[in-house]
Design a protein around this ligand. Sequence first.
Ligand code: DSN
Length: 478
Amino acid sequence: MSRNAESTAFRSALEVVRGVEPRVADAIAAELADQRESLKLIASENYASPATLLAMGNWFSDKYAEGTVGRRFYAGCQNVDTVEALAAEHARELFGASHAYVQPHSGIDANLVAFWAILADRVESPALRKAQARQVNDLTEADWFALRRELGDQRMLGMSLDAGGHLTHGFRPNISGKMFDQRSYGTDPATGLIDYDRVAEAAREFKPLILVAGYSAYPRKVNFRIMREIADSVGATFMVDMAHFAGLVAGKVFTGDFDPVPHAHIVTTTTHKSLRGPRGGMVLCGPELADQVDRGCPMVLGGPLPHVMAAKAVALAEARRPDFADYAQRIVDNAQALADGLLRRGATLVTGGTDNHLVLIDVSGYGLTGRQAEQALLDSGIVTNRNSVPQDPNGAWYTSGIRIGTPALTTRGLGATEMDATAELIHTVLSQTTPGSGPDGAPSKAKYVLDPAVAESVGKQAADLLTPFPLYPAVDLG
Ligand code: DSN
């Protein structure tokens, strides 16, 4: 597509929207302006290509398509079949998986599909059989009690939240924490790294049905070969949630023992993080679980989103191009440059560095909570998120960490020089911010003091850093 065509497409779309509800058109335009101006370091965000974005804005959104390719509960799904089959084919080829299910709407949904597929495969439950036979509406209250009783004792072992694990790996605020009896493995307090002997010990003691690997705030690679051996030693199904690092797997930065696909029984992911696709989820598995996975809708998913599956097909086609491997490597190179820049300036990093796309700063070294640091950085035009660190004394709300990631800035083209400049800006803000106090003068974990002149100066430098790397350069909304 020519750059001119991209600009015309987005301008025309906004013009049409503006004709109905101008405030929505204005908000869409304002979002582009905001994203263009901010130094986006949220590790789970990225910028999808114009082709991916445009594939979502159309009449595929109007179509119901429950079921799977060629086996739908609605008539007229031939074009949905085309895009769903294409997305699945690209996913299988890209990741070397024998089966891909591209319907999940999010990472949480993808994990739910995987959990139910594993339960259906592993647990003898007449009530579950009934539910899986697509008779959910026919289940009586007694059936639901039976389902709960038959499945309620199943065990899941996943990475603890404060070590970088994810809510959907069996933690209480998510349904997975209510579905499973959960125990977690942490990291070595001295190194911050996964201690595989401890994981094996926990698995031997707990005997989980499912061993989950994957993280949203662990800055290192995971050895999936060892994790599979641990799962096999206790008869667990090994599931990997690669949502954060799918782009690094697709780009062949994570290979061999660090590529989850050959080692796991089932792999879930989102499509919008390092993979740079539309907001959504996906499940990969072998033939043993394929049939159960394909029952994701209507078992746990609402009707598939054909417009998003179309965009997944486009983004996955992009990820199969040779230049995606270069992009994936640059994500990691940039994260390492950012980590090195912070370490040189005296920051404390969980595990002392990174070998993936993210860096976790322990901001207690600056005398701050994560919440104070997050807000001070935001005031200075730097968008990050607060995150727990292992054994965090400030809990999950205030936290002691700031998580930063490089997929988005790498998409814009920033490199090692700009990462060092970014490290300088982050260090400047954090070292010049001090904890504030509440109205009664008591120390506050949320309030902070930062000279507005410092915030303004850093904000200006952040904007200058971005100027040579325009976001969606071809898109001129006028
Ligand atoms: N919300 C995503 C993240 O920021 O890591 C994971 O669900």
